[in-house]
Ligand binder design. Structure first.
Ligand SMILES: Nc1nc2c(c(=O)[nH]1)N[C@H]1C(S)=C(S)[C@@H](COP(=O)(O)OP(=O)(O)OC[C@H]3O[C@@H](n4cnc5c(=O)[nH]c(N)nc54)[C@H](O)[C@@H]3O)O[C@H]1N2
Ligand SMILES: Nc1nc2c(c(=O)[nH]1)N[C@H]1C(S)=C(S)[C@@H](COP(=O)(O)OP(=O)(O)OC[C@H]3O[C@@H](n4cnc5c(=O)[nH]c(N)nc54)[C@H](O)[C@@H]3O)O[C@H]1N2
Ligand code: SF4
Ligand SMILES: [Mo]
Length: 768
């Protein structure tokens, strides 16, 4: 009989519940966990060889320190942490007042691991630094900014009612490959096979999802704001505004309507280069919908007019009143919000606003390299691989080389780790208690605290331990006697622990995570110490969401008792649990003022200033590159062994045949992709589902892997060599990864030879 162990998939942020069979340290079989209340047994094609996430030749097993020659040497944990602590202290002590602190922190969590982030916050607090960067700040911060304006808070995040909608409008996303919501393939299939349910897809490419849609609008890349503006104008003109909803729940509709009705609809639709009749049909479906939900992703968020797009897609469901009901968009509650609230603070170096606590990821290099008294002097990276994933690889590499201290916490020897001064090996997500805060559901919301499948790989530590040891070396934690006193109180009087710790925390509130880990953590069952940081979050959630938590847990407990019960239930639910169950009308209580502020002056001004005539492409770079397409076998930078790729072994450049032949390249040949910023060579593959003039490179390649003969070889394109970090959204700073101006060329003979040799080496690894 197979012994199945519960965990979750970490290959995308849906985090499907899994059951796995294991043999020693290997995962031998994977199936969906039917007891996971959120994903209910669902599984896509990606996690079958999940074992390779934590088991490959580049797995780190010892701290590393950079040698003068640029290579790394192993050092023991105590040496690494002592040296790093000394350097951090020096940097803190020599940083003048009035700035955002000298430490730039990148990451803090990936697709399935957010435990480390809480402890990283404690380090940042000790460093008096607020300079956070991360994946979210090159995709979602524009969305957060708009939410701040509409709903009164940047942590007012929206959800989609895909399961119950009768119209799904998917804009700039490809759920068939990228998921983004629960059970995506099942849900999309369900809509396709039900004549009463419809789907509109707005994507330049006829994606797998678009192919299943009732209406596909294959717009010209970068024209979403025009098309969405035109659709909104038509909907309003045809009586699609929900007057009762607007009157009861919103402010400022008149200004919005005024701007929408001035849109030159025909001109903007022509600019988007879609068929009038298709737009008509889409508008009819929207007008007829009983429950419409709008789903967006990177096609609009990393596209031109990114933050404006986020506003328009939200207006589409707000103006039509498809909000807060079954099958529509809504907000959602959180166990603990994944990001913070910002209040208009700005970087002194770039002028960009902090959004959700973050600065734009692609200003990291600027913050380090600036000739400015408040420049970032040290870079700390945890669970992120910016040397491959942040815009403009060359400048990121320069920033890592030129800063005074760089530290990477990862499970793998990544391209970023290779450049760091210190590398600290973390236990993998299968070797520790772990969780993600991607709880984005409404009206019922879920949380899963995963248990370890294996003990930490020898030489590695869980992040909680790494950061707490470092804070101890920095003298940030109280002495042993005080820790023992609080540990005993955690055992005997947990509900009042914060009161008992108040005096200690008053001196250094930022250390709370590490303090809880060293005290409450020691009292938790089965080594769940790092879950201690969830305890105050459970109390806050119980206070904020009271009745919704009571309903979800089926309890009448309230106040402190409810928080305690929630925490216990989290600890005791290996498949995850519903922690909140809302009534639909509670959506208003999640906003600051219970009303939506529809008119956002900055964005209405932006909309009004759109000008098709000024929206021209550079004739030197006439093609639009989707730089980072989600495909069947890519998963960010998480799975490194080449043999995992069951398809697309080289990470091909895809283009229509005519765009390849125009460049003198045949399918299967090597092709050079040239942008204003860089150049790379990729395998060419014909793909007639792309729009003419649109080409695509995959996300999730460019890893440098051991070639099995003592050398290293780069697997597939390092796509951010091409990205111009300055080609970005004016509000959120998000790079325009999904619409990058490029041209294709035939590679030089040397380029072709190198590419073929590397490919042969990678293919040899795939066979072994
Ligand atoms: N297989 C796989 N799944 C993943 C990931 C992965 O690496 N691999 N990564 C995960 C992560 S971190 C994220 S954020 C999500 C991203 O998920 P998605 O955003 O859904 O995926 P992408 O392929 O990046 O881009 C979506 C679509 O945008 C379209 N697009 C390009 N330009 C435009 C434009 O101008 N307008 C419009 N409307 N569309 C445009 C592209 O043709 C593409 O089909 O995927 C998650 N899931
Ligand atoms: N050109 C272009 N660039 C892009 C995108 C694009 O579409 N185009 N997409 C952007 C998007 S949406 C995203 S989300 C980012 C993703 O890019 P990143 O933020 O760099 O995140 P990941 O690629 O998910 O890398 C996760 C890292 O965490 C490590 N890791 C895994 N588990 C653990 C753990 O338990 N502990 C620790 N400490 N480390 C762990 C992995 O080894 C890996 O190095 O890329 C962005 N960059
Ligand atoms: S949808 Fe995402 S989380 Fe679920 S199995 Fe696939 S890759 Fe893993
Ligand atoms: Mo992402």
């Amino acid at each position: 009989m197979t012994d199945w162990h519960k965990t979750a998939c970490s290959l995308c942020y849906v985090n499907c519940g899994l059951e796995v069979a294991i043999d020693q340290r290997a995962i031998t079989r994977v199936r969906g966990d039917k007891e996971n209340p959120r994903t209910r047994g669902y599984l896509c094609q990606k996690p079958q060889r999940l074992t390779w996430y934590g088991d490959h030749p580049d797995r780190l097993t010892t701290p590393l320190r950079r040698r003068p020659d640029g290579g790394h040497e192993p050092v023991d944990w105590d040496t690494a942490l002592t040296e790093i602590a000394g350097r951090l202290r020096d940097i803190r002590d020599t940083t003048g007042p009035g700035g955002p602190g000298a430490l730039a922190y990148v990451g803090g969590g990936g697709q399935g691991n957010h435990s480390g982030g809480a402890y990283g916050n404690a380090l940042m607090s000790w460093m008096n630094s607020t300079r956070f960067f991360g994946a979210l700040s090159q995709e979602k911060t524009g969305d957060f900014w708009v939410n701040g304006k509409l709903f009164g808070g940047q942590v007012c995040h929206t959800s989609e009612g895909v399961e119950e909608c009768d119209l799904l409008v998917a804009i700039g996303c490809n759920p068939w490959q990228a998921h983004g919501f629960n059970r995506a393939r099942t849900e999309v299939n369900g809509i396709k096979n039900d004549p009463g349910r419809k789907m509109i897809v707005i994507d330049p490419r006829r994606t797998e999802t678009a192919d299943m849609a009732d209406v596909h609008l294959p717009l010209r890349p970068g024209t979403d704001a025009y098309l969405l503006g035109a659709i909104l104008a038509l909907v309003v003109r045809r009586g699609g505004a929900d007057e009762a909803f607007l009157r009861d729940h919103t402010e400022g509709y008149e200004e919005v309507a005024d701007a929408l009705l001035r849109i030159p609809v025909a001109e903007w639709i022509a600019h988007a280069e879609v068929e009038w009749s298709d737009v008509e049909r889409a508008v009819e479906l929207i007008l007829a919908a009983r429950a419409m939900t709008v789903r967006v992703e990177l096609g609009v968020q990393q596209g031109r007019n990114s933050t404006l797009n986020s506003y328009l897609e939200k207006l589409l469901y707000l103006v039509t009143g498809h909000f807060g009901r079954p099958g529509t968009n809504a907000l959602h509650s959180w166990l603990i919000p994944l990001w913070k609230e910002s209040h208009g603070e700005r970087s002194q170096i770039t002028g960009f606003e902090y959004i959700g606590g973050y600065l734009p990821m692609n200003t990291l290099a600027e913050e380090v390299l600036a000739d400015h008294p408040h420049r970032a002097r040290a870079v700390w990276v945890d669970s992120s691989n910016p040397a491959n994933t942040a815009a403009d690889t060359a400048s990121v590499e320069r920033a890592l080389a030129e800063c005074e201290l760089s530290v990477v916490v990862d499970i793998a020897y990544t391209e970023t780790a290779a450049l760091a001064e210190y590398v600290l090996p973390a236990a993998s997500q299968h070797e520790k208690w772990e969780w993600a805060f991607f709880d984005f559901e409404w009206p019922t919301n879920y949380f899963q605290l995963r248990r370890p499948l294996f003990a930490p790989l020898p030489g590695t530590l869980v992040e909680a331990e790494i950061y707490t040891r470092l804070l101890e070396k920095l003298g940030a934690l109280p002495d042993r006697a005080e820790l023992d006193r609080l540990t005993e109180l955690a055992r005997t009087d947990r509900p009042n622990l914060l009161r008992h710790a108040a005096a200690t925390l008053r001196k250094a509130p930022g250390i709370a995570p590490a303090l809880l880990y060293r005290t409450l953590g020691r009292t938790l069952p089965e080594g769940a110490a790092s879950a201690a940081v969830l305890w105050p979050g459970c109390h806050t959630a119980a206070r904020r969401l009271g009745p919704a938590v009571q309903r979800a847990l089926g309890t009448e407990a309230s106040g402190t008792a409810l928080g305690e019960e929630l925490f216990d239930r989290v600890l005791r639910s290996p498949s995850g649990l519903a922690f909140s169950e809302h009534r639909y009308d509670e959506v208003w209580s999640l906003m600051r003022s219970e009303r939506v502020t529809l008119a956002v002056p900055e964005l209405l001004a932006w909309l009004t200033s759109l000008d098709p005539a000024a929206d021209r492409r550079d004739p030197d770079f006439p093609l639009s590159l989707v730089n980072g397409q989600r495909r069947s076998h890519n998963a960010n930078q998480i799975l490194r062994p080449p043999a995992w790729r069951k398809s697309d072994p080289d990470g091909a450049l895809r283009a229509r045949s005519e765009d390849l032949s125009a460049a003198g390249v045949a399918p299967g040949d090597w092709v050079a992709v040239v942008s204003r910023t860089g150049r790379l060579v990729a395998r060419a593959e014909a793909d007639e589902t792309l729009r003419a003039g649109q080409v695509a490179l995959p996300h999730g390649f460019g890893m440098s892997v051991p070639d099995g003969r003592g050398g290293r070889v780069t697997h597939g394109p390092r796509i951010n060599l091409l990205t111009d970090a300055a080609d970005r959204d004016p509000i959120a700073g998000t790079p325009h990864h999904k619409d990058m101006p490029v041209r294709l060329e035939r590679p030089t003979p040397e380029e072709r030879e190198t590419a073929q040799r590397d490919s042969d080496r990678v293919h040899a690894l795939m066979r072994t």
